[in-house]
Design a protein around this ligand. Structure first.
Ligand SMILES: Nc1nc2c(ncn2[C@@H]2O[C@H](COP(=O)(O)OP(=O)(O)O)[C@@H](O)[C@H]2O)c(=O)[nH]1
Ligand SMILES: [Mg+2]
Length: 297
């Protein structure tokens, strides 16, 4: 049998989280069209006839501007170490930039087999792929090059076969029904944050966090009670999240509740509340509480 770890590495928005969800067949990591959505490491386990693979989704590697971002990048870099396979995920639909250069430099002395995954091929014309692959081939000794589309699933099965091929022999690391290291509490906070990202304006995403103040398992009535606080950075951002006569927060709450009910297969009572906390992205204690891990941790 085979078993091992595969880490996803890449720039923000390359589609790492979409790929994780696609492979494990369930939404573990939230996804958005805004960069820097993923703030910490999320692992998902998949069992195959040939063995078990643990996939590790990471925050996108970018230039850090706050302590939070420093931690995010550290988490991503940490995930490069002591794994069996690396997957460098690139968005094939956008022009390579300095961020790609930085990632290639990071890989320079890395001995771990690294697969280049060219993602979002549904958005590009096929003839563009080969020159792109050739360029990456000249930049680094990648083990394989795999064009995929994480949203429509093109070639993802081929990629999974390759991952299995590169992980070593070994016994499974987790029991067969183990799916993720994520807690339910963290998942709740992430789903609420995803809806905030989805419905609010562009200036908001980086500066929003969600804290679960109270999480009550379904009681006799079979209803889970969830009380969450949405943190924003500035007073001016609060009305964006609350909306006119509370319309926005209601929309966020309705969408989050529907998804949580579907996920937990239980009735959910969701209470959302918005609070201004300036500079929270540089508040170590709060970052600890939010689960934005320290790279070393
Ligand atoms: N067209 C297309 N869009 C994709 C694909 N994979 C992801 N996306 C979109 O790209 C955005 C970023 O995806 P996400 O998984 O959050 O990226 P991450 O930051 O690398 O984790 C989202 O809006 C996704 O819906 C793909 O294969 N094709
Ligand atoms: Mg992500």
């Amino acid at each position: 049998m085979k078993s091992g770890f595969v880490s996803f590495l890449g720039r923000p928005n390359a589609s790492k989280s979409t790929l994780l969800n696609r492979i494990v067949g369930q939404k573990l990591a939230i996804v958005s069209d805004k960069p820097q959505t993923t703030r910490t490491r999320v692992a998902g386990v998949k069992n195959y006839d040939e063995g078990q693979v643990v996939f590790v989704d990471t925050p996108g590697v970018h230039k850090p501007t706050h302590r939070m971002n420093r931690r995010m990048v550290d988490v991503a870099l940490e995930a490069m170490r002591e794994v069996d396979v690396l997957a460098l995920i690139v968005d094939a639909s956008v022009k390579p930039g300095p961020g790609d250069r930085y990632l290639l430099d990071l890989l320079k002395d890395v001995k771990t087999p690294t697969i280049l995954v060219l993602n979002k091929v549904d958005l590009i014309a096929k003839p563009k792929l080969l020159p792109m692959i050739e360029r990456y081939r000249s930049e680094h000794a990648f083990a394989e090059f795999v064009p995929i589309s994480a949203t429509d699933g093109t070639n993802v099965d081929v990629l999974e076969r390759l991952f299995l091929q590169y992980v070593p022999e070994g016994d499974p690391l987790y029991p067969p029904d183990y799916l993720t290291d994520q807690t339910e509490r963290f998942f709740v906070a992430e789903i609420v944050r995803e809806k905030v990202l989805q419905y609010t304006h562009d200036e908001l995403p980086f500066s929003t966090a969600v804290i679960v103040d109270r999480f009550t398992e379904a009681g006799v009535e079979g209803t889970m009670e969830l009380y969450c606080t949405i943190l924003v950075d500035r007073e001016s951002q609060k009305p964006i999240v609350v909306g006119k006569a509370g319309a926005m927060i209601k929309k966020i709450g309705t969408a989050a509740r529907a998804e949580l009910e579907h996920h937990f297969e239980k009735r959910v009572y969701l209470d959302l509340h918005v609070k201004v906390k300036s500079e929270w992205r540089d508040d170590d204690r709060l970052l600890d509480e939010l689960g934005v891990r320290n790279g070393e941790g």
